[in-house]
Structures are given as C-alpha cells and as structure tokens.
Design a protein around this ligand. Structure first.
Ligand code: GDP
Ligand code: MG
Length: 315
C-alpha cells in the first residue's frame, strides 16, 4: 500500500542559475505535493542543509531506507548493498545548486492513528565563493520556511560562525513572513559529523545537548553580537537540538570505489545511525507535523506557501 513506484527518485525543484537567479519548478513541485498518496493529508517535511561535500546526501539515503522499511528492525539494509537515492559523491548524478525533493511522499501514522505524508528534501550549496553568501542564505531561509524539521549538517564541531550564519539565515527567512510570529520555525537539529572528542562528550543527542548548552550559554561580559545571535535563535525556533556523529571510517572518505555499502562503514557510525534516524522521525514529536502560523497544513497548502515565499525572495 505504501510502496514507492520504481521510478521514484530525486527531483530538482529549485535551481540557481549561473547568473544567480533562482527558479522554482512549479510543475515538478506540484507533481510531488499533489501526489495521490498525500492528498488531504497533513505533512512532515524533513530537510538537510549545510556546506557541500559534507555527507548530507549520503545521510539522506539512510533516511530513505528508514522510511521505506517502515518499522522493520533491519531498515538499515544489507551489508553489500550500494547506497542509492539522492546522489552523493559516489553517485553518478551531476550536482546542481538548489533544492531537491524526493519525488514521492511516504506515509506515517501519528499517535492518534491519523496518517500523514512525509517528504524529504536535500539542498545543494554553491562551489564558487563569489555567490555563496546570497545563494546559501536564500536556500537556507526557504528551507527553514517550508520544513518542519531542518537538519543543519556541520563538520567537526558546532562553532561560533555556524550560529552566526544560522541566525542570519533565519532572519532572512523571517523577512518572507507577512506578520511577526514568535518561533516562526519549528525544529532545528544540528548534526555534527566526524565528532572527535568522544572521550569527553559522547556521541548522540546527549553529547549534542552538552555541546549545545555550552555554545548557547550567554556569559557575562560576552560580546553583545554573540548575545544577540543566541537570543535570536531561541526566539526563531521552537526546538533546537544537536546530535554528535562519529567519523564513518577511511573507506568512506578515501576509497574511490566506495559505493556506500554498510560493510565498508565503521561500526560506531552505524550504531549512531540506529540511534539518530528513528528519533528524528518520531511522529509523536510535537514539531514533526508542518505548521504555518500555528496551523497544521496539508501538502497542497504547502505548495501555495512555496510559491508565495519564492515570490517574496524574487522581488
Ligand atoms: P554533500 O555535498 O554534503 O551532499 O555530500 P555527499 O553526501 O555527496 O558526500 C560527500 C563525500 O563525503 C562522499 O565521498 C561521502 O563518502 C563522504 N561522507 C559521507 N558521510 C561522511 C561523514 O560523516 N564524514 C566524512 N568525513 N565524510 C563523509
Ligand atoms: Mg549532496
């Protein structure tokens, strides 16, 4: 009943052209959001954003496996199965700057039994540094506006500049809203890749909470700018959490012919996937279902918001 069609795959819905214009492909977006499986249903949109070449698409392909397997214990897949779905560097597809959505919704049940449609979105940053600031701000802000859960993928550690960028993107996003709202955005999950200090702070959400508390603390005598960034983040998001992920191993990062198979990935990494992904997709999380202005919305309503927000940024 919930099976995906054989043609399901990644679809580019927002493209940034070489002369820095962004284009929303309404036809393609409509095919996804008006999919019969999503009709009339509330939705959850889970996205991933952050610098390029940091394992975002790779991670998303494990989200896909989880959603496809639907409650099966062995969702993570077979040892020798290549990892496919969104194109990560090992994949064949060309990387184009913009936003990429999985072509079909997945179904999940809320604790009250109501079925909702779950959508996945990947974002692709820019390579050339002249254009990065504006383009990344646009992609990130739009992601925050349309997603219920945004994963901010960062390398090594949660740094001061990650917080500053996020605060800037969020502020940019707020500009697209037609009225002031407290907590306009729902959940922001920092995903720290290649965490190296496990001996001090353990992997997972618990370690992440420690890092986050430490970074978000407002200290006496702190520079006023930093204080502002922190309080803005608290105002903009309903929930902020953080997960510390181990390095996936040298075969993943160094071997040309690595195709994503589990047998080439470190055990610690796989253990943490088992902890991170089911938690991220918990349907009893109050922020899982997408809300706009305090109302849970359907996928066709999301289509209209997408158009509206893009029009605001284009003007
Ligand atoms: P994206 O541009 O952020 O989407 O990155 P990709 O998912 O395309 O991955 C880029 C490269 O990083 C690939 O060669 C992956 O094998 C590798 N990679 C995937 N996950 C990780 C990770 O957790 N840490 C490191 N260091 N590399 C990773
Ligand atoms: Mg990618």
């Amino acid at each position: 009943m919930h099976q995906q069609s054989p043609t399901a795959g990644p679809v580019q819905i927002v493209t940034i052209t070489p002369d820095h214009k962004f284009i929303l492909d309404e036809k393609k977006l409509k095919e996804i959001l008006y999919h019969r499986r999503a009709q009339g249903k509330k939705i959850s949109l889970v996205s991933i954003a952050g610098d390029f070449r940091k394992g975002k698409s790779f991670m998303l392909d494990f989200f896909l496996r989880y959603l496809r397997a639907k409650n099966q214990k062995e969702w993570i897949g077979k040892e020798s199965e290549p990892l496919k779905g969104f194109d990560w560097r090992g994949g064949a597809g060309r990387h184009t700057t913009g936003m990429i959505m999985w072509s079909e919704p997945f179904l999940m049940s809320l604790p009250n039994g109501e079925e909702i449609a779950v959508l996945l979105m990947d974002t692709q940053g820019t390579f050339d540094s002249n254009s990065t600031v504006f383009e990344n701000a646009f992609i990130f802000a739009l992601t925050l506006l349309v997603s219920s859960v945004t994963v901010y993928n960062i390398m090594h550690n949660l740094q001061e500049d990650n917080l500053q960028h996020l605060s800037f993107f969020a502020e940019y996003g707020v500009l697209a809203l037609d009225a002031y709202h407290t907590s306009p955005f729902q959940q922001l999950t920092f995903l720290v890749r290649d965490w190296q200090f496990e001996y001090e702070t353990p992997y997972g959400f618990h370690g992440g909470e420690e890092v986050l508390t430490n970074r978000l603390q407002i200290r006496p005598n702190q520079h006023h700018d930093l204080e502002l960034v922190r309080s803005r983040l608290r105002q903009c998001f309903r929930k902020v959490n953080c997960f510390l992920m181990p390095h996936p191993g040298l075969k993943v990062t160094n071997r040309r012919e690595f195709d994503g198979r589990l047998e080439d990935i470190e055990k610690d990494f796989k253990t943490q996937l088992h902890s991170f992904i089911p938690e991220l997709f918990r349907s009893d999380n109050a922020n899982f279902v997408k809300e706009i202005n305090g109302e849970q919305i359907t996928s066709t309503q999301l289509f209209e918001y997408f158009r509206t927000y893009c029009a605001v940024f284009a003007s």
